[in-house]
Design a binder for this molecule. Structure first.
Ligand code: CA
Ligand code: CA
Ligand code: CA
Ligand code: CA
Length: 465
């Protein structure tokens, strides 16, 4: 098979960036263990899927090389502002986790326990029927008399109230404040975004650092993601036809205003604050460049996006569907029904480890469409979201989740989350609203509205039996 998945890929949509996190840690029992399925997809050609990497989760133990490369040496100097920034801000910065698969950072934005972090940090957090939303565990700390942060024992719980995929922001609220605490320390927001060259400070919980690690740097630049990112050879000073195509492809894409800094953030820093010299919020950390060799700068969600996100404080948690995009580095295509047309994307971390998820184009109209093929060959890029018309997805980590586009309108509308032997949770989209109920089966016999699609589904469902 000739590879259609070449470098650089997935740079054309903010969606692609928002969903390619650093790889989650230890491989769980949810690994795709079905022998029949494994057998079918082992002979595919795998190519790297290059996109800026998220920081919400630890690296896999199998990637120690990257871990070493991520370490950023900072010059050693005594900066009185940095000392003050740390003392002022660190107690307002929390550790966000599901208690199982990894962690991100977050921070209090109000004294009554509201927390901001990245959307991708809370993406895999489990649903709680009693709480009416996803629940995250929050670990917090306090400054001791020597100016060091001490972690508090145990954890608090916070419910996810709101998520914004485009901005990669999430708003959570503690279910109750720490015992004996009436107000939590929170991070104030700066009046405006500072210009390039201004000193800035990142504090978070990088997996290769310690809890509450401070990094000092400068603002390197501002831009819109993905519109202002430099895609090598695609945007400037090239064939005007190519420029027009890229611009046309980006025209209706939502974007996120992004601040770049030299603060050297690492996995685990996602959702942590970027601060000014007064310890006020100027941006929220979310990613580093995908190219592991190029970690000289860090990506942050710009302050203005945070302000817009915080304009409206919801009264109730709003159920938001999990992402159907697996956390992976590579994509391969496969032909599971053996009719010589590829209909399946297989997402993996590397060639050796098992799949992290699959997408099946049930009606097989992706690889077979001549216009799509032409487009893919010309741009040499592949964005699964835009280029693969999938009607079924299965994500294996951090929690096994199954997705169907039952009416084939290009939007997943039935999501099933197996929890344990007895219980599964189901999310259904109706009139633009998600409702959460208990699921009766994990792989329904006839999930689709069309009989033809259900007939096709039977072929693939057999692989999961
Ligand atoms: Ca096929
Ligand atoms: Ca399709
Ligand atoms: Ca479709
Ligand atoms: Ca749909």
């Amino acid at each position: 098979m000739r590879s259609i998945l070449q470098h650089p890929v997935a740079m054309l949509t903010s969606f692609a960036l928002a969903v390619v996190p650093m790889i989650v840690a230890p491989v769980s029992a949810d690994e795709l263990d079905d022998a029949k399925l494994r057998d079918k997809i082992k002979d595919t050609e795998t190519v790297p899927w290059v996109a800026p990497q998220h920081l919400g989760w630890r690296l896999e133990p199998s990637l120690p090389k990257h871990e070493a490369e991520l370490a950023t040496a900072r010059s050693q100097f005594r900066d009185p502002a940095a000392i003050e920034v740390f003392a002022k801000a660190a107690p307002g910065i929390v550790y966000v986790t599901d208690g199982e698969t990894g962690h991100g950072s977050g921070f209090f934005v109000r004294e009554d326990g509201w927390i901001v972090t990245n959307n991708h940090v809370v993406d895999g957090m489990p649903f709680s029927a009693e709480r009416g939303g996803q629940v995250a565990r929050i670990v917090y700390g306090d400054l001791d008399k020597d100016g060091a942060m001490q972690v508090m024992p145990g954890y608090l719980e916070a419910v996810v109230y709101k998520r914004d995929e485009t901005r990669d922001l999430a708003l959570l609220k503690l279910t109750k404040l720490p015992a004996g605490v009436r107000r939590v320390p929170f991070i104030e927001r700066a009046a405006k975004t500072p210009s390039a060259g201004t000193s800035c400070y990142a504090i978070g919980h990088p997996s290769s650092g310690v809890l509450w690690t401070l990094r000092v740097g400068v603002i390197s630049g501002h831009g819109r993601h993905p519109h202002d990112h430099i895609v090598p050879g695609l945007l400037l000073g090239v064939d005007p036809q190519v420029t027009r195509e890229v611009q046309a492809a980006l025209k209706d894409q939502p974007f996120r205003r992004t601040t770049l800094s030299t603060c050297g953030v690492n996995p685990g820093d996602s959702g942590g604050p970027l601060l000014d010299e007064e310890g006020k919020l100027i941006a929220v950390t979310y990613a580093v460049p995908a190219d592991v060799g190029d970690r000289s700068f860090s990506y942050h969600v710009e302050l203005q996006e945070v302000e817009e996100f915080l304009k409206d404080w919801p009264k109730e948690p709003r159920p938001t569907p999990p992402s159907s995009i697996p956390q992976a580095r590579n994509i391969a295509t496969a032909d599971l029904d053996e009719d010589q047309i590829n209909e399946t994307l297989v997402f993996s971390v590397d060639e050796e480890s098992g799949p992290k998820g699959i997408w099946i184009d049930i009606d097989q109209d992706s690889a077979s469409s001549p216009s799509k093929k032409k487009m893919l060959n010309r741009l040499s890029t592949f964005d699964p979201v835009a280029d693969w018309d999938t009607e079924f997805a299965m994500v294996l980590q951090p929690n096994k989740t199954i997705f169907f586009d039952t009416d084939n309108d290009n939007r997943m509308d039935l999501i099933i989350m197996p929890r344990n032997e007895r219980k599964s949770i189901q999310m259904t989209l109706k009139n633009d609203r998600w409702t959460v109920t208990t699921a009766t089966e994990i792989f329904p016999a006839k999930p689709f509205q069309s009989a033809e699609m259900n007939e096709r589904w039977r072929t693939f469902a057999k692989l999961f039996e």
